[in-house]
Design a protein around this ligand. Structure first.
Ligand SMILES: C[S@@+](CC[C@H](N)C(=O)[O-])C[C@H]1O[C@@H](n2cnc3c(N)ncnc32)[C@H](O)[C@@H]1O
Length: 345
């Protein structure tokens, strides 16, 4: 799935860097604290018991679908329907009911919306509404468990990202229809890795997460690095995941987010203090950090904080080449991805 700041392309270098400081066999539990859509947790799942955490609900749902199950959920409460993914894909659009009030996506993110927005074709938007409402109905009527609910919402989010008429983020829609957006939406079961270990997904602010998620062998920290909030860039996926009929505004129809939902790591004024507080309260044995050379925090600031709370002799730093996201980021210097490692006291 396309995602800002995804480390998908850096996975081999991240693993190589980690293995210079430790061995797979020293690590049993891995906490991906700012998991996004789970690319890093997924990569390390064959080796470790993985826990993913992100502040956004849609990220939690996607990680639940990709990471938390070793084998596909059983959906015992839906056995009369057959495979729920096939069932949801085969739902027939009732054209007459398209603009019923409950169809939030159709009523707000299509060209026939009262404020026209070109995020989805009508056919895909109504299908998204119908699928999301079916999943909700199954859940409130106890036909599916909470992990099964999140799994299905995660499958829907991954499918939505493939038919969105955007350049990847939802701050704007494209003027012309992208071919991808004209294809009918289709849900799929994700490819699952069975590591025969317990894996879980959480939806916490990282700054409060260690109380609930203590004592991991390794914590991977990949916070946002600039002032572009994930909340605004992915508002529409968050709304589909929550399906809570929010008040929306502006050209992109964004929901508003409370100050608690906005990341301190995106603020020039608060990022340093937030990073210091995070590492100070970390309870994991080892910490691995990814950060962009184009970020709010300077390399030395991150190094100093890690050495302050960790064991300085175990500290390691490396920089790898990175491409700017979609080449839109104009940078004077070649962009690097910084990697930091430290063992905690
Ligand atoms: C750089 S992305 C992570 C990308 C991910 N490692 C990957 O490879 O796909 C940063 C993530 O941190 C999340 N985030 C921002 N502030 C957070 C916070 N305070 N607590 C938890 N997650 C947060 C964002 O929602 C976003 O998904």
């Amino acid at each position: 799935m396309r995602y800002l700041g995804s480390k998908r392309k850096h996975l081999p270098q991240i693993e190589k860097f980690l293995l210079q400081k430790t061995d797979h066999k020293n690590i049993k539990t891995f906490l991906d604290l700012f998991s996004g859509t789970g690319a890093v947790g997924f990569h390390f799942k064959p080796y470790y018991s993985v826990t993913a955490n992100d502040i956004l609900s849609f990220c939690t749902a996607v990680c639940c679908a990709k990471l938390s199950f070793n084998t596909p959920p059983e959906f015992k409460g839906l056995k009369d329907l057959g495979d729920p993914i096939n069932y949801l894909n085969s739902l027939r659009v009732n054209v007459e009911a398209t603009h019923e009030e409950k169809n939030f996506i159709t009523n707000n993110y299509t060209l026939s919306a009262s404020t026209p927005r070109k995020f989805f074709t009508e056919e895909n938007a109504i299908k998204i509404d119908m699928i999301r409402q079916s999943i909700e109905l199954w859940y409130v009527n106890n036909f599916i468990t909470e992990p099964e609910y999140k799994y299905l919402v995660g499958c829907l989010i991954m499918a939505v990202s493939k038919v969105s008429n955007t350049a990847g983020i939802y701050a704007a829609f494209l003027k012309h229809w992208d071919n991808r957006a004209l294809k009918p939406i289709e849900l799929h079961h994700p490819i699952l890795i069975n590591n025969n270990k317990s894996n879980s997904v959480h939806n916490n602010d990282a700054l409060c997460a260690f109380k609930q998620l203590p004592n991991y062998d390794l914590c991977y920290i990949d916070p946002p690095y600039n002032n572009r909030h994930y909340t605004s860039n992915y508002h529409l996926l968050e709304t589909i995941a929550r399906y809570d009929y929010p008040h929306i505004s502006g050209i992109s129809g964004s929901r508003s987010f409370t100050s608690n939902e906005k990341s301190l790591f995106c603020s020039k004024a608060f990022a340093y203090e937030a990073f210091d507080r995070l590492i100070n309260c970390a309870t994991s044995k080892r910490i691995l950090v990814s950060y962009s050379s184009n970020g709010i925090l300077q390399k030395d600031e991150i190094s100093d904080i890690l050495k302050k709370y960790g064991r300085p002799k175990t500290f390691k730093f490396e920089e790898i080449n990175a491409e700017p996201y979609k080449s839109k980021e104009i940078t004077k210097k070649p962009l690097k991805e910084y990697l930091f490692f430290v063992e905690m006291r």
